[in-house]
Design a protein around this ligand. Structure first.
Ligand code: ADP
Ligand code: MG
Length: 258
């Protein structure tokens, strides 16, 4: 052999694209020798290290691809503040069975009631399960659809969206759409029926969705599909944001009787 073994080994691990084994094999070999470990258990440790980094990297890229606006998890979510969103039920949804069964989920409630936070935390949990999550705002999605439609690449965008499961559509109802925009959004929702999951958040009760989807017929057809197999949570109550800011003000103010 013209080259020393360590160099050849490094070159092979590089060529085989095993960067963690490349980085760790020396240290683990020393540990294995010190502990008098058999060869196969050393190899097992090395492959475990490689697999662990691979799965961590895959999770990071799934979370990046999901495009959450901010990363918020359930550890900072106060379920006692939202009686409409029972903790046990949500943690069950975080186990992802509803996505495998092509169910939908709707979080309905006023501004600041934690819809985006809960949708993001649920999305993160699903990323950890290996799901291809995509987070969009309804307005952002409609803009993308309209642009793709104008530029004759709608099919490509629809195919991309179809690969995401679940598709999280946040803030439906804050803005109304053009007729074409509403029709395109309807198409996305209708296409997913019983094949893919949607998680929709809205400040509007279902009865008012006609304002967004021009006309009662399209709204009825959409709601019929969306809510057929759907977990619906009404998160009404006081705005968490508002309540927290009032609490801060109160805590900061001099206390009476002290
Ligand atoms: P929405 O999307 O319903 O308007 P957000 O999810 O954006 O509300 O919540 C507004 C702010 O309040 C965010 O910073 C969010 O993290 C926080 N928040 C809302 N509800 C809760 C909750 N139950 N526990 C902890 N933080 C919350
Ligand atoms: Mg929101």
């Amino acid at each position: 052999m013209s080259q020393p073994i360590p160099m050849l080994l490094k070159a092979n691990l590089k060529q085989l694209k095993l960067p963690t084994m490349l980085a760790e094999h020396d240290k683990l070999a020393r540990e294995a020798a010190d502990a008098d470990e058999p060869y196969d258990s050393y190899l097992l440790r090395l492959t475990e290290a490689e697999l662990a980094t691979r799965s961590a990297n895959a999770l990071t890229s799934r979370i990046r691809a999901a495009a959450f606006p901010v990363l918020k998890d359930f550890d900072t979510f106060d379920f006692t503040a939202v009686p409409g969103l029972p903790k046990q039920k949500v943690l069950e949804l975080a186990r992802g069975e509803w996505v495998e069964q092509h169910f939908n989920c709707c979080l309905i409630g006023g501004s600041g009631t934690g819809k985006t936070h809960a949708a993001t935390a649920l999305g993160l949990a699903l990323c950890r399960l290996g799901k291809r999550v995509r987070f969009v705002t309804a307005a952002g999605l409609v803009t993308q659809l309209e642009e793709a439609h104008q530029q004759h690449r709608l099919d490509r965008l629809l195919a991309q969206l179809d690969r995401c499961d679940p598709l999280i559509v946040d803030e439906l109802g804050y803005l109304s759409f053009s007729r074409t925009g509403a029709e395109l959004l309807f198409q996305v929702f209708a296409d997913r029926y019983e094949r893919r999951s949607l998680l929709v958040t809205s400040n509007l009760p279902f009865g008012e969705w006609g304002q967004v989807f021009h006309g009662d017929r399209m709204t009825a057809a959409l709601l019929d599909r969306l809510t057929h197999r759907c977990h619906i949570f009404e998160m009404n109550g006081e705005s968490y944001r508002f309540r927290e800011s009032m609490k801060t003000k109160k805590d900061g103010a001099p206390k009476k009787g002290k």
